[in-house]
Design a protein around this ligand. Structure first.
Ligand code: PLP
Length: 387
């Protein structure tokens, strides 16, 4: 065994991709309704992404952050403008973007004279696998075996403002939540949740920090999911879809939060490198040029409606929910076998939180491809045997 056993036994080897399709080493084609877990929003082998990578690779791959980096400034400007934030720090992954946010929250608290700052996060949340982000994560399975955890996190039920009020202490400095919980089962909160959270954070001087690592980059039909609710966070993190497969993440901040980090407080050798940033810039531009926010919103509505119609009287379906092209179908029991059965039918899906089929197709799929995903998933659910 060459690789550490972090992902168990893998049965499929994917070797090539084009648009919403990938091929395995046997030549079998799959419609990709997972996109590398919300990474390849522009599909596979998108020409704008390939061009950005090739051009940058033949120009300049890496210089230290001790120098100005043109693509970093350009990608940063584009993201600051889209997000309504004031500045940005580039990381290499989602967890690293959240690490930056959490360090920022602690320093914000320290500067207010709070020696042991606390951050409130949600139950069933997922914020990453590093020590601070797994400590922030509200899922015991992620933490087992890794004590001692990083202290300073308080976990409260998701989509429950009163729970936050009850859990807060004089040491509370920030609230960090996903606008829609991804790994937690595609949980969509009440429309008022983020707005009420914004008010509460303003009242108490807490930073509102949104983890948009999965929901960002057009996934829900807006560039960032908070843009559905007419609010601005103080800090937003993103990653997954930002580089369409080239590792890149970002932590953006606004107002007071944007002035926290000073030289020496934070850094990264690779974060913000020319290759990653030129790719991110191409992704951001392509999302605009191809009007993919409108497409994601339209396709998401179409698929949810089709699922609701087709599954209306099917036993075992507990809930169908989603926003844009981030969808979950919750069944009444765990359904681990569905992933393999879907693969046999030529479709890549994922099951999260045990019983929820998660769909995260590329934003570039056609209406027909969206309908095909629905047809295959509905057939699988209907023909499901007790597992
Ligand atoms: C995937 C994910 C992360 C972690 O990102 P990595 O790039 O795997 O470190 C954090 N938060 C959310 C909401 C995610 O979906």
């Amino acid at each position: 065994m060459t690789l550490m056993n972090t992902y168990g036994n893998r049965t499929t080897t994917l070797v090539r991709g084009e648009g919403p399709y990938v091929w395995d080493s046997e030549g079998k084609r799959y419609l990709d309704a997972l996109s590398g877990i919300a990474v390849c929003g522009l599909g596979h082998n998108h020409p704008a992404v390939t061009k950005a990578i090739n051009e940058q690779a033949s120009k300049l791959l890496h210089v230290s952050n001790l120098y100005n980096i043109e693509p970093q400034i350009a990608a940063g400007k584009a993201l600051v403008e889209i997000s309504g934030m004031d500045n940005i720090f580039f990381s290499n992954s989602g967890a690293e973007a959240n690490e930056a946010a959490l360090k920022l929250a602690r320093k914000y608290g320290q500067e207010k004279g709070i020696a042991t700052p606390e951050v409130i996060t949600a139950e069933n949340s997922f914020h990453g696998r590093t020590m601070a982000t797994l400590s922030a994560t509200g899922n015991k399975k992620i933490k087992v075996g890794f004590a001692p955890l990083v202290s300073g996190f308080i976990h409260v039920p998701y989509d429950d403002i009163e729970a936050i009020k009850a859990a807060a202490t004089p040491n509370t400095v920030a609230v960090m939540v996903e606008p829609i919980q991804g790994e937690g089962g595609v949980r969509v909160p009440a429309p008022s949740y983020l707005q009420n959270l914004r008010k509460l954070c303003d009242e108490h001087g807490w930073l509102l920090m949104l983890d948009e690592i999965q929901t960002g980059n057009g996934r829900t039909g807006k560039y960032f999911a908070y843009q559905h609710f007419g609010i601005l966070p103080d800090v937003v993190t993103t990653a997954k879809g930002l580089g369409n497969g080239v590792p890149v993440g970002a932590c953006l901040a606004r107002g007071q939060a944007a002035a926290i980090f000073q030289p020496g407080n934070h850094g990264s050798t690779f974060g913000g490198n020319p290759l990653a940033c030129n790719t991110a810039l191409a992704v951001v531009r392509t999302i605009t040029e191809e009007q993919l926010l409108i497409r994601a919103a339209y396709l998401g509505d179409r698929m949810l409606q089709n699922f609701r119609t087709a599954l209306a009287d099917v036993p075992g379906v507990v809930d169908i929910r989603g926003c844009g092209l981030m969808m979950g179908i919750q069944l009444d029991q765990d359904c681990p076998k569905l992933v393999e059965l879907a693969k046999e039918a030529g479709l890549l899906i994922n099951v999260t939180a045990g019983n929820t089929i998660r769909l995260l197709p590329p934003l570039i799929i056609s209406d027909e491809q969206a309908d095909e995903i629905v047809r295959i998933v509905v057939d699988l659910i209907k023909s499901r045997r007790a597992e």
